[in-house]
Design a binder for this molecule. Structure first.
Ligand SMILES: Nc1ncnc2c1ncn2[C@@H]1O[C@H](COP(=O)(O)OS(=O)(=O)O)[C@@H](OP(=O)(O)O)[C@H]1O
Ligand SMILES: [Mg+2]
Ligand SMILES: [Mg+2]
Ligand SMILES: [Mg+2]
Length: 455
């Protein structure tokens, strides 16, 4: 134990490091240590020195053998490890913010839900999350270096009649940013005023989607689910040269174990013990993330500010389901018929031989369900003329792909994130599957039935 050895991790990842001098009983096989700075700390406590910088470390073998540390990351991890660290922390903070606002919305049935021009809802959580994520990314990387494409704008908040609403957003933003140090982030030296909050929201612009590198943010995806006390997600991705290179999905009502969800209405209702105010937020939700190219995706429990948690958080690897028999597979789809044709997918399900009831879930939690292996297929067929937005898909697509799944349009082409705020040229709909076999079957079934559909 007293030997001092330097564990020096080459900067080029992925990488496996085998070290024989770590005592056998220190780590357990397959234990996941979380990010490397945490791993490094743990190794240092044992009297070793380590030089590590970022990412995930996973003990792949130990106990009686050489201790083997697998540093799992991707080819481009050198370039994006800091972005991932910051993005994951920002999304954790956004999850806490949303949990608080959702609790208030449900308990006070307050007037904090507004309708946009297209009649879709927007709440103080949507604006507040956009403000904090924009603020955190700008602080971390410099506002001149950060380009964010995000769903919300400041139009409603800037009107004279919206003073109360803006006050509520400013309060929510400051309450949340006060927790920044708990997440290892620097918070503002003084509370942000209304002007600074509006600036943070407004710094995000749709025009950025034409650039070669930009962040894409859906501050609350599934706002309808959010206001109904149901599932929703916070989605943040980094796009480079038209492809998502990192993706983070916060799912505040989707616990680490799917057994903690009630299935009565798909994933709609979480068990009452989880909705009670006394339960820990970490029981309720999860944050998923991946970086392009490593073939791995990860999930963390939400942190509970009531407990004295210490960042970093632990993470466990997630993988898509291995089921490729349609009779055993489950497909998910949007809750609202207006967002995706339930009758068309019912026909597809029948022709492919899917027997299970569809899992109707709000938001990108559907992508999370596939990536975690809780369901095998996700299909969305919006009405003709609807153009899918990049922020509704970018993070989810990358996480599913890195977890081993396939995501394409209904023509089998990858989604194109290079053409601005919309997924231009999308062929009919979106199909995500746990494996190529199921994916092929669905694509063929779409071709066979499309012409006779009313879509
Ligand atoms: N008419 C129509 N057709 C297709 N898609 C639409 C439509 N209207 C909205 N949207 C987008 O759908 C996002 C929510 O998708 P979901 O899969 O969660 O749908 S559902 O709420 O479960 O029905 C939702 O995202 P948020 O606005 O972030 O909630 C919208 O971007
Ligand atoms: Mg919306
Ligand atoms: Mg959305
Ligand atoms: Mg949204």
């Amino acid at each position: 134990m007293s030997t001092t050895t330097t564990l020096s991790f080459p900067t080029k990842l992925p990488h496996t490091l085998v070290h024989s001098k770590i005592p056998n009983n220190v780590f357990q096989k397959n234990q996941i240590l979380g990010n490397l700075s945490f791993c490094s700390k743990k190794i240092c406590q044992l009297g070793f020195t380590s030089q590590v910088s970022s990412s995930q470390a996973n003990i792949v073998s130990a106990m009686g053998e050489d201790c083997k540390l697998e540093v799992s990351s991707m080819n481009n991890s050198e370039g994006y490890s800091k972005e991932l660290e910051i993005a994951v922390r920002a999304v954790h903070m956004a999850c806490l913010l949303c949990q608080r606002v959702q609790e208030n919305l449900l308990s006070e049935s307050s007037q904090l839900v507004h309708s946009k021009d297209d009649n879709s809802p927007v709440t103080i959580a949507d604006w507040s999350v956009q403000a904090i994520v924009s603020w955190i990314l700008s602080e971390a990387f410099g506002s001149e270096n950060v380009c964010i494409v995000a769903e919300e704008d400041v139009e409603v908040l800037s009107t004279a009649g919206a003073v109360g609403l803006l006050d509520a957003v400013v309060r929510t933003v400051n309450e949340c940013l006060a927790y920044a140090p708990r997440f290892g982030l620097k918070g503002p030296s003084a509370d942000l005023n209304a002007k600074a909050v509006l600036e943070s929201i407004n710094r995000c612009s749709l025009a950025g989607a034409r650039g070669s590198k930009f962040w894409v943010l859906d501050p609350v995806d599934g706002t309808l689910g959010f206001v109904r006390g149901d599932q929703y997600a916070i989605a943040l991705a980094l796009i480079e040269d038209g492809e998502p290179v990192l993706g983070v999905l916060g799912c505040p009502n989707y616990p680490m174990k799917k057994e903690w969800l009630s299935y009565q209405n798909g994933y709609r209702r979480i068990l009452s013990r989880l909705t009670s105010r006394t339960s820990e937020s970490s029981d309720k939700g999860s944050v998923l993330y991946a970086m392009k190219g490593g073939g791995k995706a990860w999930m963390q429990p939400l942190l509970c500010v009531k407990n004295n948690f210490v960042w970093p958080n632990s993470a466990r690897e997630i993988r898509v389901s291995s089921i490729d028999n349609p009779a055993l597979a489950t497909f998910c789809e949007p809750v609202e018929k207006a967002n995706s044709s339930h009758s068309f997918t019912a026909g597809l399900a029948h022709s492919v031989g899917l027997r299970n009831q569809p899992l109707r879930v709000y938001s990108m939690v559907k992508y999370a369900a596939i990536a975690r292996g809780d369901a095998e297929i996700y299909m969305k067929f919006a009405r003709a003329g609807y153009k899918e937005k990049i922020w509704d898909h970018a993070a989810g697509v990358l996480i599913i792909e890195e977890a081993g799944g396939v995501v394409t349009d209904a023509g089998g082409s990858p989604l194109d994130f290079s053409k601005g705020e919309y997924l231009e040229g999308l062929d009919r709909g979106i199909i995500a599957c746990a494996g190529a076999n199921l994916h092929d079957k669905i694509i063929r079934a779409v071709d066979a039935s499309w012409n006779s559909s009313s879509l």
